[in-house]
Design a binder for this molecule. Structure first.
Ligand code: FE2
Length: 196
């Protein structure tokens, strides 16, 4: 897991603004081991890692492949089939490395990786934490309330200020994206009104 933290730190050092600068000191701490709690979404890890190895964040894809078996997979408890669509539980999940109760403890920072399976629509949602995503693998469409839909590929950086509505949808490829939250990280994302 330390290898994955180091790979993330190396990406964050390239443009250490906002949350990323705050995350850097936490990425050199020896993590507690995870328990390897599985979720069905892990079925897409192999495909996502293979795609990620072709992109600019190949070092993260490699380190994730090595680390993922010991990571705990999680899902947002606010989400349901009504909000994310039927079958979402098999195609959505994330692992967190830094955060409250995570392998590296932090009260005001989250660092993790989100995995969405192909054909997934993650509708409008928002949260009070500031967020920066780095796309590790998978070309997908990303929606932001001030920009509309944009296609992003591996290496793209996506910034959401607190409470900005955003959404994603995948097509043929799964999406693996690194994220960093700062501020009010204990409040989960919630769905906003319309579906985009
Ligand atoms: Fe978000």
């Amino acid at each position: 897991m330390l290898r994955l933290l180091q790979a993330i730190a190396s990406v964050y050092r390239q443009a250490p603004h906002g949350p990323l600068a705050a995350a850097l000191p936490k990425l050199s701490v020896e993590p507690r081991p995870g328990t390897g709690k599985r979720k069905p979404v892990a079925q897409f890890v192999g495909q996502a890692v293979a795609l990620g190895r072709e992109g600019p964040l190949a070092a993260i894809a490699d380190a994730f492949a090595a680390t993922e078996p010991e990571c705990d997979w999680l899902q947002n408890p606010n989400y349901s089939e009504a909000s994310l669509g039927p079958g979402y539980v098999d195609r959505y999940g994330y692992v967190e490395l830094v955060g409250p109760g995570r392998p590296v403890e932090s009260a005001d920072l989250l660092v993790g990786l989100l995995l969405l399976g192909p054909g997934m629509h993650y509708p409008d949602h928002a949260h009070p934490a500031e967020e920066i995503y780095h796309v590790v693998a998978g070309t997908a469409e990303w929606w932001r309330e001030d920009e509309g839909w944009r296609r992003k590929r591996s290496g793209a950086v996506i910034h959401h200020v607190p409470m900005m509505r955003h959404a994603m949808r995948t097509a043929a490829e799964p999406l693996l994206a690194l994220y960093c939250w700062t501020g009010e990280v204990k409040t989960y994302a919630t769905m906003t009104e319309s579906r985009r």
